[in-house]
Design a binder for this molecule. Structure first.
Ligand code: ARG
Length: 459
């Protein structure tokens, strides 16, 4: 029969199915390293304040480090009878060091303990993801460097709009990632606050030193209110919000990559190392990586939604509902990490831009029409008038199966006497791009500067 988990208030053990239902050990084992670190800091604080003997602190630390070694060696595998990682550790600790182990939980509750663990965990993961974003940004910069003068059609409404420097297009994603990186930094700061010492909900009767344990753990502040300390999960919601935005950005790039790899666009080719085939159609080469990233985006949004609903209307302070935060957080972390990594590899070595196709693409459309209107406007024709004139030219050219560059100078001058020989240069795609040198624009010289500025952001 099952051993009892609880105090002698209870006569019998949990129903086995309820024990399984109640247990979080199956997933919160993920927190074990942080739980051990948090317990060591708590033990030191108990010694520092004279609440337990220094000799006992020494035993506790040795026992906790022993559990760490066992875990790392794959020898610590608690079952559902342990309920959660906190009980599992405490039970093993008592086996290892005897009575001193039973003193670890003095002036502490699993409520402030789990809050501490999750913050320690998320702090680490936020830093890891920020590091990955830096690598992603570096790959984008490298790629942009290679393609400053490579043109790519620019779209609005997925209709050809104006041609762009490919580097400019890539730098747009660089800046999204930059904001993601900054956002995670801000969330790190709010996550880096210690709830330890909040007790179950009301604080403790012991003369604890919360600043001491917070400092041991590298927290930069402590929760001012014990109820808030044990029941706040805003930092996790903020994290999943930032994670969702990272996924939004990756999914946009994914979608473009998928389009670009299609026969219809043919702007990139996929390298074998990052593409997959079909079990029936031998000719297929599929962009599974960006498709998966696009698909996994929904999953991260789901975790954000799950935590928002979990917290809505939850009365103070701790409620067991909060145990449900973990799988959302863990899977959110895991998914974002895997997606940033995959996209970094895909962009770094999995695709090749087809410059031939990109060059011919920008030469076979009307995306230089704005430049004709600008040409006239620069010569004093009111812009709206010029715009209407060019609209008419586009209509007749389309009907005649011609492009703007095919019109003779006489034809241009019939449209408006202000046209001169230099119209041909003005509407050549390279010039159309080069001319947009306004700050933040796609002009090649501007993009060269933008690349320098972007590089400086990584310093
Ligand atoms: N496994 C629990 C959780 O993840 C730990 C805290 C339990 N506290 C309690 N009073 N039941 O939330």
């Amino acid at each position: 029969s099952q051993p009892k988990t609880w105090s002698d208030r209870f006569e019998s053990a949990l129903h086995p199915a309820i024990a399984r239902f109640n247990a979080s050990i199956g997933f919160d084992i993920e927190l074990i390293e942080y739980d051990l670190t948090g317990s060591i800091a708590h033990a030191k604080m108990l010694g520092h304040t004279g609440i337990i003997e220094l000799q006992e602190v020494k035993q506790l630390i040795e026992g906790l480090e022993q559990i760490r070694r066992e875990f790392r060696a794959g020898q610590f595998n608690p079952g559902v009878d342990a309920e959660d990682v906190h009980f599992a550790v405490e039970r093993r600790l008592t086996e290892l060091v005897g009575d001193a182990g039973k003193k670890l939980h003095t002036a502490r509750s699993r409520n402030d303990q789990v809050g501490t663990d999750i913050r320690l965990y998320l702090r680490d993961k936020i830093e890891e993801i920020r590091g990955q974003l830096r690598q992603f940004q570096t790959v984008l910069l490298d790629l942009a460097h290679e393609h400053i003068e490579t043109p790519i059609p620019g779209y609005t409404h997925l209709q050809r709009a104006q041609p762009l420097s490919l580097a400019h297009h890539l730098l747009a994603y660089f800046h999204m990632a930059q904001r993601d990186w900054e956002r995670l930094g801000e969330i790190y700061a709010r996550t880096n606050c210690s709830p330890l010492g909040s007790g179950a909900l009301a604080g403790t009767t012991f003369p604890i030193d919360r600043h001491y344990s917070a400092e041991e753990l590298g927290f930069s502040s402590i929760y001012a209110n014990s109820l808030d300390g044990v029941s706040d999960r805003d930092f996790a919601i903020e994290f999943l919000c930032a994670a969702s935005l990272i996924m939004v950005h990756l999914s946009r790039l994914s979608e473009e990559t998928i389009l670009w790899a299609s026969k219809e666009f043919s702007f990139i080719s996929l390298k074998d190392s990052c593409a997959t085939g079909s079990s029936i159609m031998p000719q297929k080469k599929n962009p599974d990586v960006p498709e998966l990233v696009r698909g996994k985006t929904g999953r991260v949004f789901g975790h954000l939604q799950a935590l928002l609903v979990l917290m809505k209307g939850l009365p103070l302070a701790y409620n067991k509902d909060l145990q449900e935060d973990k799988e959302a957080i863990f899977d959110g972390v895991k998914t974002v990490r895997a997606c940033v990594e995959a996209m970094t590899i895909l962009l770094g070595e999995g695709i090749e831009f087809r410059c031939d196709r990109l060059n011919s693409a920008v030469n076979e459309d009307f995306s230089n029409a704005t430049d004709v209107a600008d040409y006239l406007a620069a010569k004093g024709v009111p812009f709206r008038e010029a715009y209407n004139l060019v609209g008419k030219v586009v209509k007749t050219s389309l009907a005649a199966g011609k492009l703007l560059k095919d019109l003779t100078l006489e034809e241009w001058q019939q449209i408006h006497p202000a046209f001169e020989e230099d119209i041909y240069r003005a509407i050549a795609p390279q010039q159309v791009i080069a001319a947009r040198n306004s700050y933040g624009g796609t002009g090649f010289d501007r993009v060269r500067q933008a690349l320098e500025e972007a590089k400086a952001l990584l310093q």
